[in-house]
Design a binder for this molecule. Structure first.
Ligand code: ATP
Length: 189
Protein backbone atom coordinates (compact mmCIF):
# COMPACT_ATOMS: atom_id res chain seq x y z
CA UNK A 1 0.00 0.00 0.00
CA UNK A 2 1.62 3.21 -1.16
CA UNK A 3 0.81 6.58 0.33
CA UNK A 4 2.16 9.85 1.57
CA UNK A 5 1.06 8.83 5.08
CA UNK A 6 1.32 12.43 6.32
CA UNK A 7 0.26 11.10 8.80
CA UNK A 8 -0.91 7.49 8.56
CA UNK A 9 -4.47 7.19 9.95
CA UNK A 10 -7.08 4.55 10.75
CA UNK A 11 -8.61 4.82 7.26
CA UNK A 12 -5.35 3.46 5.82
CA UNK A 13 -5.07 0.76 8.46
CA UNK A 14 -8.61 -0.54 8.22
CA UNK A 15 -8.38 -0.67 4.41
CA UNK A 16 -5.11 -2.62 4.58
CA UNK A 17 -6.51 -5.03 7.14
CA UNK A 18 -9.64 -5.67 5.11
CA UNK A 19 -7.70 -6.29 1.87
CA UNK A 20 -5.30 -8.62 3.69
CA UNK A 21 -8.21 -10.68 5.00
CA UNK A 22 -10.20 -10.74 1.76
CA UNK A 23 -7.22 -11.62 -0.47
CA UNK A 24 -5.51 -13.80 2.13
CA UNK A 25 -2.29 -11.81 1.87
CA UNK A 26 0.80 -12.98 3.74
CA UNK A 27 2.03 -9.43 4.26
CA UNK A 28 0.91 -5.86 3.73
CA UNK A 29 3.87 -3.63 2.97
CA UNK A 30 3.22 0.05 3.66
CA UNK A 31 5.41 2.16 1.39
CA UNK A 32 5.61 5.82 2.38
CA UNK A 33 6.49 8.01 -0.60
CA UNK A 34 9.65 10.00 -0.96
CA UNK A 35 8.64 13.20 -2.76
CA UNK A 36 5.06 12.49 -3.91
CA UNK A 37 4.37 13.24 -7.58
CA UNK A 38 0.96 14.76 -7.11
CA UNK A 39 1.84 16.87 -4.09
CA UNK A 40 4.84 18.80 -5.48
CA UNK A 41 3.18 22.10 -4.62
CA UNK A 42 2.52 21.05 -1.01
CA UNK A 43 4.67 21.27 2.07
CA UNK A 44 5.00 17.54 2.75
CA UNK A 45 6.44 16.44 6.11
CA UNK A 46 9.99 15.02 6.05
CA UNK A 47 10.00 11.43 4.82
CA UNK A 48 11.73 10.17 7.96
CA UNK A 49 8.87 11.41 10.17
CA UNK A 50 6.25 9.88 7.87
CA UNK A 51 8.20 6.61 7.77
CA UNK A 52 8.54 6.43 11.57
CA UNK A 53 4.86 7.23 12.16
CA UNK A 54 3.98 4.39 9.77
CA UNK A 55 6.31 2.03 11.65
CA UNK A 56 4.64 2.98 14.95
CA UNK A 57 1.12 2.62 13.51
CA UNK A 58 1.73 -0.85 12.08
CA UNK A 59 3.86 -2.34 14.88
CA UNK A 60 1.01 -4.22 16.55
CA UNK A 61 0.04 -6.18 13.42
CA UNK A 62 2.43 -9.02 12.57
CA UNK A 63 1.25 -9.02 8.94
CA UNK A 64 2.06 -5.33 8.46
CA UNK A 65 5.54 -4.14 7.50
CA UNK A 66 6.95 -0.83 6.26
CA UNK A 67 9.33 -0.47 3.33
CA UNK A 68 11.90 2.29 2.84
CA UNK A 69 12.24 1.80 -0.94
CA UNK A 70 10.54 5.09 -1.83
CA UNK A 71 11.96 7.06 1.10
CA UNK A 72 15.50 6.00 0.17
CA UNK A 73 15.19 6.50 -3.61
CA UNK A 74 16.23 9.99 -4.71
CA UNK A 75 13.76 12.20 -6.53
CA UNK A 76 10.03 12.07 -7.10
CA UNK A 77 8.26 8.79 -6.24
CA UNK A 78 6.63 6.89 -9.09
CA UNK A 79 4.67 3.73 -8.34
CA UNK A 80 6.32 1.93 -11.27
CA UNK A 81 9.67 2.28 -9.44
CA UNK A 82 8.07 1.16 -6.17
CA UNK A 83 6.76 -2.01 -7.77
CA UNK A 84 10.09 -2.70 -9.51
CA UNK A 85 11.94 -2.43 -6.20
CA UNK A 86 9.43 -4.59 -4.34
CA UNK A 87 9.58 -7.20 -7.09
CA UNK A 88 13.39 -7.25 -6.92
CA UNK A 89 13.28 -7.72 -3.15
CA UNK A 90 10.59 -10.44 -3.38
CA UNK A 91 11.00 -12.10 -6.79
CA UNK A 92 8.49 -14.86 -6.06
CA UNK A 93 5.78 -12.68 -4.54
CA UNK A 94 2.44 -12.04 -6.21
CA UNK A 95 1.97 -8.32 -5.70
CA UNK A 96 -1.29 -6.49 -5.01
CA UNK A 97 -1.18 -2.69 -4.88
CA UNK A 98 -3.83 -1.23 -2.58
CA UNK A 99 -5.33 2.16 -3.47
CA UNK A 100 -8.33 4.19 -2.36
CA UNK A 101 -11.09 5.36 -4.69
CA UNK A 102 -9.46 8.78 -5.18
CA UNK A 103 -6.10 7.29 -6.13
CA UNK A 104 -7.39 4.66 -8.57
CA UNK A 105 -9.30 7.40 -10.41
CA UNK A 106 -5.94 8.95 -11.35
CA UNK A 107 -4.07 5.79 -12.21
CA UNK A 108 -4.07 6.18 -16.00
CA UNK A 109 -2.12 9.42 -15.52
CA UNK A 110 0.61 7.66 -13.53
CA UNK A 111 4.02 7.05 -15.13
CA UNK A 112 4.12 3.85 -17.26
CA UNK A 113 0.49 3.10 -16.40
CA UNK A 114 0.26 0.08 -18.72
CA UNK A 115 3.29 -1.52 -17.15
CA UNK A 116 1.82 -1.12 -13.67
CA UNK A 117 -0.92 -3.63 -14.38
CA UNK A 118 1.57 -6.27 -15.55
CA UNK A 119 3.66 -5.85 -12.40
CA UNK A 120 0.85 -6.06 -9.85
CA UNK A 121 -2.84 -6.54 -9.43
CA UNK A 122 -4.61 -3.52 -8.02
CA UNK A 123 -7.17 -3.48 -5.24
CA UNK A 124 -9.28 -0.33 -5.23
CA UNK A 125 -11.04 0.22 -1.92
CA UNK A 126 -14.08 2.34 -1.17
CA UNK A 127 -13.54 5.69 0.56
CA UNK A 128 -16.24 8.01 1.92
CA UNK A 129 -16.73 11.08 -0.26
CA UNK A 130 -15.11 9.52 -3.34
CA UNK A 131 -16.96 7.65 -6.08
CA UNK A 132 -15.22 4.40 -6.93
CA UNK A 133 -14.94 3.71 -10.64
CA UNK A 134 -12.57 1.33 -12.40
CA UNK A 135 -14.00 1.93 -15.88
CA UNK A 136 -11.35 1.65 -18.57
CA UNK A 137 -8.99 -0.39 -16.39
CA UNK A 138 -8.13 -4.03 -17.11
CA UNK A 139 -10.80 -6.01 -15.26
CA UNK A 140 -8.61 -9.06 -14.72
CA UNK A 141 -5.95 -6.98 -12.93
CA UNK A 142 -8.09 -4.56 -10.92
CA UNK A 143 -10.29 -5.63 -8.03
CA UNK A 144 -12.80 -3.56 -6.10
CA UNK A 145 -13.36 -4.05 -2.38
CA UNK A 146 -15.78 -2.39 -0.02
CA UNK A 147 -14.05 -1.61 3.29
CA UNK A 148 -15.41 -0.15 6.55
CA UNK A 149 -16.13 3.52 5.83
CA UNK A 150 -13.91 5.84 7.84
CA UNK A 151 -14.18 9.46 6.71
CA UNK A 152 -10.64 10.31 7.76
CA UNK A 153 -8.01 12.06 5.64
CA UNK A 154 -4.46 13.09 6.43
CA UNK A 155 -5.41 16.59 5.31
CA UNK A 156 -8.05 16.75 8.04
CA UNK A 157 -5.71 15.31 10.68
CA UNK A 158 -3.09 17.95 9.81
CA UNK A 159 -5.68 20.73 9.95
CA UNK A 160 -6.91 19.54 13.34
CA UNK A 161 -3.38 19.31 14.75
CA UNK A 162 -2.61 22.79 13.43
CA UNK A 163 -5.76 24.18 15.04
CA UNK A 164 -5.02 22.48 18.36
CA UNK A 165 -8.02 20.15 17.99
CA UNK A 166 -7.75 16.51 19.12
CA UNK A 167 -6.58 13.86 16.71
CA UNK A 168 -7.06 11.00 19.16
CA UNK A 169 -8.82 7.97 17.61
CA UNK A 170 -8.32 9.29 14.09
CA UNK A 171 -4.73 8.02 14.18
CA UNK A 172 -3.18 5.35 16.46
CA UNK A 173 -2.20 6.51 19.96
CA UNK A 174 1.52 6.26 19.21
CA UNK A 175 1.06 8.54 16.20
CA UNK A 176 -0.80 11.13 18.34
CA UNK A 177 2.17 11.07 20.71
CA UNK A 178 4.70 11.29 17.86
CA UNK A 179 2.91 14.31 16.36
CA UNK A 180 2.89 16.06 19.74
CA UNK A 181 6.48 15.21 20.60
CA UNK A 182 7.87 16.46 17.28
CA UNK A 183 5.43 19.35 17.07
CA UNK A 184 4.37 18.32 13.56
CA UNK A 185 1.77 20.24 11.56
CA UNK A 186 2.22 23.48 13.46
CA UNK A 187 2.02 26.49 11.18
CA UNK A 188 1.78 24.36 8.05
CA UNK A 189 -1.06 23.58 5.64
P1 ATP B 1 -4.15 13.63 2.03
O1 ATP B 1 -5.40 14.06 2.74
O2 ATP B 1 -2.89 14.29 2.55
O3 ATP B 1 -4.25 13.69 0.52
P2 ATP B 1 -4.85 10.80 2.37
O4 ATP B 1 -5.67 10.77 3.62
O5 ATP B 1 -5.56 10.71 1.06
O6 ATP B 1 -3.90 12.08 2.40
P3 ATP B 1 -2.67 9.15 1.43
O7 ATP B 1 -1.45 8.80 2.22
O8 ATP B 1 -2.53 10.10 0.31
O9 ATP B 1 -3.76 9.68 2.51
O10 ATP B 1 -3.41 7.83 0.97
C1 ATP B 1 -2.76 6.60 0.71
C2 ATP B 1 -3.78 5.64 0.10
O11 ATP B 1 -4.81 5.36 1.07
C3 ATP B 1 -4.51 6.23 -1.11
O12 ATP B 1 -4.66 5.18 -2.06
C4 ATP B 1 -5.84 6.67 -0.55
O13 ATP B 1 -6.86 6.64 -1.51
C5 ATP B 1 -6.09 5.64 0.54
N1 ATP B 1 -6.92 6.17 1.63
C6 ATP B 1 -6.65 7.25 2.39
N2 ATP B 1 -7.61 7.46 3.31
C7 ATP B 1 -8.52 6.48 3.14
C8 ATP B 1 -9.77 6.17 3.81
N3 ATP B 1 -10.24 6.93 4.80
N4 ATP B 1 -10.44 5.07 3.37
C9 ATP B 1 -9.96 4.32 2.35
N5 ATP B 1 -8.80 4.56 1.69
C10 ATP B 1 -8.08 5.64 2.07
Amino acid sequence: MGGTFDPVHHGHLVAASEVAARFDLDEVVFVPTGQPTFKLDQDVTAAEHRYLMTVIATASNPRFTVSRVDVDRAGVTYTVDTLRDLKTARPDAELFFITGADAIAQILTWKDADELFSMAQFVAVTRPGHALSVDGLPGDRVHVLEVPALAISSTDVRARARAGQPVWYLVPDGVVQYIAKHRLYRGQS
